[in-house]
Write a protein that binds this ligand. Structure first.
Ligand SMILES: [Zn+2]
Length: 405
């Protein structure tokens, strides 16, 4: 989609929150991390690039009422627990078919933001009179892309399948993150500790899938303190909203380190949308890690498709661009039988991406914050990077980045 709107008519969904605390920037200069001495020549375009990028990143292209949980969901949540799961999946699948098809973001692959980053870069190199330049590589240790595996554990059945899934991931030398609703069912914290000891990570999946957290200001004010307190008690640094029902400006009121409630493109969630981003970005004081792979639930229960068919294609596309493959797979749906086998097929494919950084969400968040603070200087032909954590950063020529090819 060509971005034709004038920048001064674009509004930021987290304007108020961004004004409070912003730990990093989403402008194009900060995205590419070009040499510091180029900044002054590009200054005029940098502020504008942030507004344009956030038009996508913060779903500013959606109407205000579409950037919050739909009101029709309230009636659904009143009766949700009375409907058997199989019937619920059939009803949701029918509702998806009836929903008006959105042109944007395209699914499963939307490249609008990537095209914008590349257009800005081309224009900037032209302004600088260069055909190529150094920048700070997107991922540490010279890695060319990134793989993050996440799970939301929806119920006791999912919890009972976690170890089996974790064993499978370990077999391919992966570790993953598991998000738990903190007031929905009894959590086996001994199991959590055992998996933590093996290098797995845990996050908060809200309190419950009851649609309340972001429903109204009064619900949020009532529930957020309990959510925060439980997350603190169990040292959970990351958050994903239940059913990804979200309000960006309220998420920024939570004191987590990172959030994973947004997708790059997901028209099939109860609150459709997407950030168009295959990279982390900043959501006020949080790092946002959008899930970039279609959810298993969507593919299996709503679209009735074989997950691997879409997963395989999308993972290949993201890897070819050097982006972040961030999966969201539920042990409840994929933790056993045929679908666990499909998940293994995905792990096998990801295992072949030898130059991909395998990281936990907290590691990606920490890296993205540090990279944002680094400074690149170039003397003659020799680049150097300063700042905390810069020993893992690698300066690369832009022309060697998959994203620019
Ligand atoms: Zn969930």
């Amino acid at each position: 989609m060509a971005l034709t709107a004038s920048v001064d008519v674009l509004e930021s969904p987290v304007q108020a929150a961004s004004a409070l605390v912003s730990c990093g920037s989403n402008d194009a200069f900060s995205f590419w991390k070009l040499p510091q001495d180029c900044k002054a020549s590009l200054d005029l375009t940098i502020g504008e690039s942030r507004v344009l990028a956030e038009h996508y990143l913060l779903e500013g292209y959606l109407a205000r009422e579409d950037r919050q949980p739909p009101t029709r969901m309230q009636a659904y949540y009143r009766i949700k627990n009375l409907i058997p799961a199989a019937v619920r999946h059939r009803l949701n699948s029918a509702a998806i078919k009836m929903r008006a098809k959105r042109e944007f973001p395209r699914w499963p692959c939307e490249s609008a933001l990537i095209e914008y980053w590349c257009d800005w870069l081309r224009m900037s190199l032209h302004t600088l009179g260069k055909t190529d330049a150094w920048h700070i590589g997107f991922w540490p240790d010279g890695m060319k892309s990134c793989i993050v595996l996440t799970h939301d554990v929806e119920g006791p059945v999912g919890m009972s399948r976690m170890e089996q899934m974790a064993n499978l991931e370990e077999r391919y030398n992966f570790r993953s993150s598991w998000n738990l609703p903190l007031a929905q069912y009894e959590i086996d914290w001994n199991l959590v500790d055992r998996l933590r000891d093996r290098g797995f990570e845990f996050g908060a999946h809200g309190l419950s899938h009851d649609g309340r957290l972001f429903r109204s200001e009064s619900d949020f004010s009532e529930l957020a303190p309990t959510l925060q307190e439980r997350a603190r008690t169990h040292s959970l640094k990351g958050f994903r909203a239940p059913s990804t029902l979200r309000r960006a400006e309220w998420i920024t009121r939570l004191s987590f380190d990172f959030d994973c409630s947004f997708s790059d493109s997901d028209p099939y969630e109860p609150q459709p949308g997407g950030t168009c981003s295959l990279f982390p970005f900043f959501l006020a004081h949080l790092v946002e890690l959008p899930y970039t792979m279609p959810q298993d639930h969507t593919l299996i229960h709503l679209l009735h498709r074989s997950p691997m068919q879409i997963w395989g294609m999308k993972a290949k596309w993201i890897e070819s661009l050097g982006g972040m493959i961030l999966t969201l797979v539920h042990p409840d749906y994929c933790g056993s039988g045929r679908y666990l086998h499909e998940y293994e097929t995905l792990l096998k494919q990801l295992n072949d991406y030898q130059s991909a950084w395998r990281a936990l969400p907290s590691e990606v968040s920490a890296w993205w914050r540090r990279r944002d603070q680094m400074k690149l200087t170039v003397r003659g032909d020799s680049p150097s990077i300063e700042g905390p954590g810069s020993e893992r950063a690698v300066a690369r020529m832009l022309s060697s980045e998959p994203l620019t090819r």
